[in-house]
Structures are given as structure tokens and as C-alpha cells.
Design a protein around this ligand. Structure first.
Ligand code: PMP
Length: 354
């Protein structure tokens, strides 16, 4: 830290992204990326667009917004495109929280929410998940602040049914509910269908997981035209060219290839079912994840210990040190072959340790 950094950032604890190591080739099951390449259509359109990189991107992101709206069954004024969904989430913290309206989220959820609150100097309140990690919906109903709900939640993978999301949204029309659907395509029902009914609902999504485009940084928000206008106001005040040309082109390509998207989601769901069964037979306990990751613990080996043993064998998973979840690891669901490798290596580790 330099002596010039202003006081308000001195105590800021930045988000710790999952490791992206370069020194060795790991089987990367730590940041919930897709094991499959982007759609050929996305690659071709991005490559073509590279020829026009001397020009700024379209600040209105017109073509992609139209395609996104069509895909979601909404209008373009219901959609904003952003640099990953992290950006739209940050915009939502900026737009809908202040000293009188804290951000409210579960104690165990996406770690960035706390950082978005901190970097914007916003108060926040954490509501404990229930003992089985399920969402404390009744406690959340009583909160007056802006709710941030990852659905499915991370790192537990647990899904709230759409009816429960609706209960939260409908219970207090004066409260904004932000539903972060980064993992919705792996078995959940999206709350986008509710946005025409409720003007206090903002749904966010990403191309990073189910659409194999984590490196392109493309996310989106869906809500009433008024909410979306709020977010554009912040976007135009920070970075109007937030979605670059190649990414916008790749996004259009990805949305033009629904068969590939559906096929990949299906493959992940199948690999997840295989991994759940195989790990359960090795003695693991897991949450009922509807995301592209598993949240798993074993009676006989600690979370940190398994993480280290897997790393030694060339597999990266994600371990969080927080007290309530330190016995667990979050393991990205990759291809079937990757899950078979994982299971084989875990079997070896258990044999070596026990
Ligand atoms: N929400 C959740 C719950 C996530 O796990 C992630 C991925 N780290 C994001 C949002 C942000 O993803 P991206 O910025 O790549 O869209």
C-alpha cells in the first residue's frame, strides 16, 4: 500500500478470486468455469469483430441487447449488459443501498457481496443460513434492506423454488430483491418470468458458466425499465464502453446457438449426477446442488486436508476457511471424463490417508 492511498480504502479487504495458476497444468475445478469451449458461432463472430477493434464498442450494446431480450422473452428496455455479472451486481449495490437501506444477504453466499458493500462504504447485514444451509426465507422477509440472493446459492448449490423467490419479492413492494442467477441454467427455474409483475425485482445472469465465456466477461441484469434505467445511469457514469466489441460479438454468437448451450448444460447435469453418486459411495456428504459445482465433506478427512491432497495430485478445488464451511470443498462439475479422474484421485487419497 502506498502512503498516498486515501483512508477510506486502507481497510478494504478485496475479494480473493479462485487461483488461476500458470506454473503447472491443473485439472481446474475451482472457479466453476465450463469444461467446454465457447460455441463455434461465438468464436467466429469474435474473431471477425477483432478487425474493428480500433473503434469503440457500442455503448448501447444494441444488437446484443435485442438478442438477449429475445432469448429471455422480454423487451430490450428490460435488459442491461455488463462486464461480467460482477459489474451489474456492483451497480445494484450502488443504486439500491445507502446508509438507510443496508445490503442484506446470507452469511454463507457469494463472497463478493461483502466487498461490493465495503468498496462503496455501504452498511450490510448477514442473515445466517439455517443449520442445513437452507435459505432463512422467513428471517429475510422481515428485513427492510435490499436483499441479495444467489439462486442457486454459492457455495452450497442449494436452490430456492421460484415460489419462495416470489414470496420474498411480493412481501414488500418497497424493498428491492436482487436475484443472482449465475448458476440457474443447471437445474433451476429463472425469476425472469416475474419481472413484468414486480418492479422491485432485479435478476442478474452471466455468460461465464453455462455459456463457456468466463474469459470474455459478459453479464446481464433484467428488470423493469425503470430499474434498468437506474443501472444505465451508473454505467454511463463509470464506463459506457463496459462491454467490448469482441465480447458483444461472442455474446450474439452464443445466443445464436441454443442447441450447443442446452447440450452442454445437459452434459454438466449428467456429470454432476455421476459425481454425486460416486462421491457418496466413497463416504462424502453433499448438499443437493443444482449448480455446476458440488459442496462436499468427508467424515474422515478435513476440508483443508483434502484440498491440499488434491492439489498435490494436480486438481484444484475451492476451500473456504470460514468456520461454518471449513470441512467442505466446493468442486466444479467438469466433463464426465474430468469427474471420473476426480473420483479416481479421491479414491487414491482416501486409501493413502485412511
Ligand atoms: N454470482 C455468483 C454467485 C458467482 O459465483 C459468480 C462467479 N464468481 C458471479 C456472480 C460473477 O460471475 P461473472 O462476473 O463472471 O459473471
Amino acid at each position: 500500500m502506498s502512503k498516498f492511498l486515501v483512508n477510506k480504502y486502507k481497510a478494504l479487504e478485496p475479494y480473493t478470486p479462485g487461483e488461476q495458476p500458470r506454473e503447472r497444468k491443473y485439472l481446474k475445478l475451482n472457479t466453476n468455469e465450463s469444461p467446454f469451449p465457447p460455441s463455434e458461432k461465438a468464436i467466429a463472430l469474435a474473431a471477425e469483430e477483432a478487425k474493428r477493434l480500433m473503434l469503440y464498442s457500442d455503448p448501447e450494446c444494441k444488437e446484443l441487447s435485442a438478442k438477449m431480450a429475445e432469448t429471455l422473452g422480454v423487451k430490450t428496455e428490460n435488459v442491461i449488459l455488463t462486464n461480467g455479472s460482477d459489474e451489474v451486481l456492483n451497480f445494484a449495490f450502488m443504486a439500491y443501498c445507502d446508509e438507510n437501506t443496508p445490503a442484506v444477504f446470507p452469511d454463507i453466499t457469494y463472497g463478493f457481496y461483502k466487498v461490493f458493500a465495503a468498496v462503496n462504504a455501504l452498511p450490510y447485514k448477514e442473515i445466517p443460513l439455517l443449520s442445513d444451509f437452507s435459505m432463512p426465507t422467513d428471517a429475510l422477509l422481515l428485513e427492510k434492506g435490499t436483499l441479495f440472493i444467489a439462486n442457486p446459492n454459492a457455495p452450497t448449490g442449494l436452490l430456492l423454488p421460484l415460489s419462495e423467490i416470489e414470496r420474498l419479492v411480493a412481501s414488500d413492494p418497497s424493498r428491492i430483491v436482487v436475484v443472482d442467477e449465475a448458476y440457474i441454467d443447471f437445474g433451476g427455474e429463472s425469476a425472469v418470468s416475474l419481472i413484468s409483475k414486480y418492479d422491485n425485482l432485479l435478476v442478474t445472469g452471466t455468460f461465464s458458466k453455462s455459456r463457456s465465456m468466463a474469459g470474455a466477461r459478459l453479464g446481464f441484469g433484467v428488470g423493469s425499465p425503470a430499474l434498468i434505467a437506474d443501472l444505465h445511469r451508473i454505467r454511463y457514469s463509470t464506463n459506457p464502453y463496459n462491454v467490448n466489441r469482441m465480447t458483444a460479438a461472442a455474446g450474439i454468437g452464443a445466443l445464436s446457438d441454443p442447441e450447443y448451450f442446452e447440450e452442454n448444460c445437459k452434459k454438466i447435469i449428467e456429470a454432476r449426477a455421476y459425481a454425486v453418486e460416486a462421491l457418496a459411495s466413497l463416504g462424502f456428504t453433499m448438499t443437493d446442488s443444482k449448480a455446476n459445482f458440488l459442496f462436499a465433506r468427508h467424515e474422515k478427512i478435513g476440508g483443508a486436508e483434502l484440498y491440499a491432497a488434491l492439489r498435490e495430485k494436480g486438481v484444484l478445488v475451492r476451500h473456504f476457511g470460514a468456520e461454518r464451511i471449513k470441512d467442505y470443498n466446493r468442486i466444479t462439475v467438469g466433463s464426465m471424463a474430468e469427474m471420473q479422474t476426480l473420483v479416481k484421485l479421491i479414491k487414491e487419497i482416501l486409501e493413502e490417508k485412511l
